[in-house]
Design a protein around this ligand. Structure first.
Ligand code: MRU
Length: 363
C-alpha cells in the first residue's frame, strides 16, 4: 500500500466543531491556522486565498456546508441553511470546479437525508443529520487524499531518476487535501529515494510558486530553484527541463486545461522546445458538462494585486485574470487518479469515454 510522506503541515482539518485552515497568505514566513465556525468568514478567506488550489477548495467547500447547518434548529431551518450555504460557498470563486463539486456533493447528501426522513414520515433529527453531513465531508476529504496518492503513482512511471521538472503556481499539498497533484509524484518519488530538480515559476502576481511551492519542496528536501516567470523561455531553451508539470482548476470535456495565469504561455514555450507538458489533476477537477475551455469562467482579480496597497492609478486600467486556458493540443498527458490519458488526436477515445462516465456519475 502507498503511504504518503509526512510534510509536517496540514492544509485543512476539522476539529472540535470548527474548520481549521493553514493561512496561506502568511506563508512562508508564518505558519498559522485560522478557525471557522460560520460561513461568511470562510467565504472571505477563500476569496483572499487563505485556502486555495482547486482540490483544497473542494474540501473547504464540503466542510463549509457543515458549518452552515451547525446552528439550525428543526427541519425547516436545516433545509434552508443547507441551500443558502451551497449558494454562498459555490459563488466564492468561479473557476475551480472542485469547489462546486465539493459543495454539491454535500448538498445532495443532505437533501437525501431530508427526503428519506420525509418518505418514512420520521421526525428529522437535526443533530444526527449534521453528524452524518460531517462524516460525508470527512469522507470527501479522505477521497481527495487518496486521489493525490493515486495521481502520484500513475505519474511516477513516466518520470526518471534525476528528472528536471518545471512547474507553475502551487499544485502541492497546500493546494489539496493530500500530497498535491503536480507535486505529488515529486514528494512521493523523493520519499522513495528518487532525485528530482524542481524549477518553480515565481507565478505573478501572487507568487504561489516562490512562496508556496518553494517552501513545500524545501520542507521535503527536494532541490528547488525559483525563477521569474519571464525566465522560463531561456531555461527551456537551454535544455534544462525534462517535463513541465502543472495542476488544473478545471479541465473541459475536450481536454482544454484551465490553470493559473501563465500556464498557457508556458505550454506554448514547452511545445517550441519539445518539452512534454503533463497535467495532473483528480477527477473532481474535470468538468464533463463544460464542452471546451472557451466556456470556463475566468476569475478577474483586483488591481491591488498588481499595484499593491495603494491600489488604483488614475487613468490606468488593470487586466488581471487569475487563470488561463491551455488548449488540449499542447498537453501531452492528463494524469488523474484513474490513469494516464491523452485528450487530443489519435488515442483520445479512452479520455472521451472516461469523461462521459464522469458525466453520468455527476448527473
Ligand atoms: O488562485 P489559486 O492559487 O487558487 O490557483 C491555484 C492553481 O491554479 C493551481 O495550479 C490549481 O488549483 C491546481 S492545485 C492542485
Amino acid at each position: 500500500m502507498t503511504t504518503a510522506p509526512d510534510l509536517g503541515f496540514t492544509t485543512l482539518r476539522w476539529a472540535d466543531g470548527k474548520l481549521l485552515l493553514l493561512d496561506q497568505t502568511k506563508l512562508p514566513q508564518i505558519q498559522e491556522e485560522m478557525e471557522f465556525e460560520t460561513i461568511p468568514p470562510l467565504v472571505d478567506a477563500i476569496q483572499r486565498l487563505c485556502v486555495r488550489g482547486a482540490p483544497a477548495l473542494g474540501c473547504a467547500g464540503a466542510y463549509g456546508m457543515v458549518l452552515g447547518v451547525l446552528d439550525a434548529e428543526g427541519r425547516e431551518q436545516w433545509s434552508a441553511a443547507l441551500k443558502e450555504s451551497a449558494s454562498l460557498l459555490s459563488a466564492a470563486r468561479p473557476t475551480a470546479v472542485n469547489l462546486v463539486v465539493g459543495v454539491q456533493h454535500i448538498l445532495n447528501f443532505g437533501e437525501g437525508l431530508l427526503a428519506a426522513a420525509a418518505a418514512a414520515s420520521d421526525k428529522f433529527d437535526v443533530d444526527l443529520a449534521t453528524a452524518k453531513l460531517l462524516d460525508q465531508a470527512i469522507a470527501f476529504h479522505e477521497a481527495d487524499t487518496a486521489s493525490c496518492l493515486a495521481i502520484a503513482e500513475n505519474c511516477l512511471p513516466l518520470l526518471h531518476d534525476g528528472a528536471r521538472v518545471l512547474t507553475h503556481c502551487n499544485a502541492g499539498a497546500l493546494a489539496t487535501g493530500g500530497l498535491g497533484t503536480a507535486l505529488a509524484p515529486l514528494h512521493l518519488g523523493a520519499s522513495r529515494g528518487m532525485n528530482f530538480q524542481v524549477y518553480a515559476d515565481e507565478t505573478r502576481p501572487l507568487r504561489q510558486g516562490a512562496r508556496l511551492t518553494a517552501w513545500e519542496m524545501a520542507r521535503n528536501g527536494v532541490p528547488v530553484t525559483v525563477l521569474p516567470d519571464s525566465a522560463a523561455a531561456s531555461l527551456l531553451a537551454s535544455g534544462g527541463v525534462d517535463f513541465v508539470i502543472v495542476g488544473s482548476d478545471r479541465i473541459a470535456a475536450n481536454g482544454d486545461v484551465c490553470n493559473k495565469i501563465g500556464t498557457f504561455p508556458l505550454a506554448v514555450m514547452a511545445a517550441r522546445f519539445n518539452v512534454p507538458v503533463l497535467v495532473l489533476a483528480p477527477a473532481t477537477t474535470i468538468d464533463p458538462f463544460c464542452p471546451s475551455g472557451a466556456e470556463i469562467p475566468i476569475e478577474q482579480r483586483a488591481a491591488e494585486e498588481i499595484f499593491g496597497e495603494d491600489g488604483a492609478r488614475e487613468g490606468v486600467e488593470v487586466y488581471n485574470p487569475a487563470f488561463d486556458v491551455t488548449p488540449s493540443s499542447l498537453v501531452q498527458h492528463i494524469i488523474t487518479d484513474h490513469g494516464v490519458f491523452q485528450a487530443h488526436g489519435k488515442g483520445c477515445e479512452a479520455w472521451q469515454s472516461y469523461v462521459a462516465g464522469l458525466g453520468n456519475d455527476r448527473a
